[in-house]
Design a protein. Structure first.
Length: 86
């Protein structure tokens, strides 16, 4: 195994791989696997829609820079801009 294998920056060891293999060989409870969360939290009473827009690389860089200054994600920043324009 390569020493570069990692998950979220944490190296994966041979022991961890062996533990995962043992867990898989023992089998999983299908009912427990199906009990998942609802996904992303809602933003209101209605489901949100994804809206695609085309931006130039320069526009994306400006939005990303300003979102980073505001310590927000790109989407959060754009939503706040839209809310303030309304």
């Amino acid at each position: 195994m390569s020493s570069q294998e990692s998950i979220n920056g944490v190296p994966v060891t041979e022991e961890q791989i062996a533990a995962w293999a043992s867990e898989a060989e023992a089998g999983y409870d299908a009912a427990a696997l199906k009990q998942r969360g609802r996904g992303r939290p809602g933003r209101g009473a209605q489901p949100s829609q994804v809206v695609a827009i085309r931006l130039t690389p320069e526009e994306i860089a400006r939005v990303d820079a300003r979102a980073a200054q505001a310590q927000q994600s790109r989407s959060e920043y754009i939503r706040k801009l839209l809310a303030s324009a309304a």
